[in-house]
Write a protein that binds this ligand. Structure first.
Ligand code: NAI
Ligand code: MG
Length: 357
């Protein structure tokens, strides 16, 4: 009997409706070639749903999603609905309820594309940012007292649990173990933040002991940002707290090039809950509806999803197809200097995967 993976498909808003079908086209080609089935459940949850129903998703939305193995998401957010409503009505509940405590972003300069950094090629930029996605600086612990008076003050607590810190670090080390360079860099700030960050460093050193084959180093977040720009070749796997990881996971893909290509994953590594795979970009209202957006970020996110589902060969085939396509001048959308439409790129990649890239 062939393997079946059940996927919840949420295109969302704007160009999500254009990129997701291309992602599915390529996933379908991979499924046929590598002999597994994808059972798709489609959900039209979006800002349009919100306009009609007052909710981004139905009350039992999370229960519906919980039945799937993974969630394949386009983009969420549209002018007219405040971003905090679309974010907190759909994405955040999914990330939190499904304990997707890893946010993972590859930062990889693809052949045939250019980095905003001068004189850098694909060999120089190939690393992952691993961000803690559930605690740390983004806590709901804190408050405001004496509002509107001269005594007014606000606090927001950072929350670092041993459980939370250890599990993100473990993930980073395990990931590094699958890579040729086998190196983990920790983002810290223990010179200025004197309780939580020394604790972070302590747990990092402790975790490193379990992985004698892995090289480690650590930098304070400020100089680390500078190094991303000046020495992207130093990095292999970079692990950071929720706040530092947030910053690095926008900076990393930016040094690697186009927003239209960058993929991301929100992962529950134990697979107790579904993980979610989505491009880094948003709904791009400025170009939506024209079918000129780049679907590669979505398609690459699909490859990450297959890898998570245990379909490593299929994931590798999609990534190879993207690399060959870009290196050998396949059809390109405007963000990469071409004239092709979204569907042209999707079709070309699906064909490449089908034909044994
Ligand atoms: P955006 O990523 O949608 O667009 C930024 C710029 O990049 C635009 O000029 C856009 O045309 C271009 N761009 C983005 N994706 C592209 C693609 N695939 N191909 C070619 N060009 C592309 O970010 P923006 O404009 O800040 O946000 C628009 C909406 O998307 C907002 O409502 C925001 O909240 C939402 N958003 C949602 C995200 C998600 O679903 N995870 C992530 C980021 C933004
Ligand atoms: Mg961010």
């Amino acid at each position: 009997m062939s393997r079946t993976h059940r996927i919840a498909v949420v295109p969302g808003d704007g160009i999500g409706k254009e990129t997701v079908p291309e992602g599915l086209r390529v996933l379908d080609a991979a499924a046929r070639r590598f002999g597994f089935d994808l059972q798709l459940d489609h959900y039209d949850w979006s800002c349009e749903t919100y306009a009609q129903t007052g909710r981004m998703m139905p009350e039992d939305g999370l229960d519906q999603l919980a039945k799937s193995d993974s969630i394949f998401l386009g983009a969420v957010g549209w002018p007219g609905v405040p971003d905090h409503i679309s974010l907190w009505g759909l994405l955040i509940p999914i990330r939190r309820s499904f304990d997707q405590y890893i946010s993972l972003r590859p930062c990889k300069l693809m052949p045939g594309t250019t980095s905003p950094l001068a004189n850098r090629g694909p060999k120089d930029i190939d690393f992952y940012v691993v961000r803690e996605n559930t605690e740390g600086e983004y806590s709901s612990s804190g408050g405001r007292m004496f509002p509107g008076t001269p005594r007014e003050f606000v606090t927001q607590d950072s929350v670092f649990t041993r459980h939370g810190v250890d599990r993100v670090m473990k993930y980073a080390f395990e990931l590094a173990q699958t890579r040729p360079r086998k190196k983990v860099t920790s983002a810290t700030k223990s010179n200025g933040i004197t309780f939580t960050m020394p604790y972070w460093d302590e747990r990092f050193a402790e975790m490193a002991k379990n992985y004698p084959g892995i090289t480690t180093d650590q930098f304070h977040i400020d100089i680390l940002c500078a190094h991303f720009v000046q020495h992207p070749d130093w990095f292999d796997v970079v692990v950071g707290s929720n706040l530092f990881g947030d910053i690095l996971s926008d900076l990393g893909p930016a040094v690697a090039g186009s927003i239209g290509i960058a993929p991301s994953a929100n992962i529950n590594p134990e697979k107790v809950y579904p993980s979610m795979f989505e491009p880094v970009h948003g709904s791009a209202p400025d170009i939506a509806g024209k079918f000129i957006c780049n679907p590669i970020g979505q398609i690459w996110s699909g490859a990450m999803m297959l890898e998570h589902l245990g379909e490593k060969d299929a994931a590798d085939a999609i990534l190879r197809a993207i690399e060959t396509h870009l290196a050998e001048g396949g059809p390109r959308t405007r963000d990469l200097g071409g004239q092709a439409g979204t569907e042209d790129v999707g079709r070309a990649l699906a064909e490449a995967v089908a034909n044994g890239a």
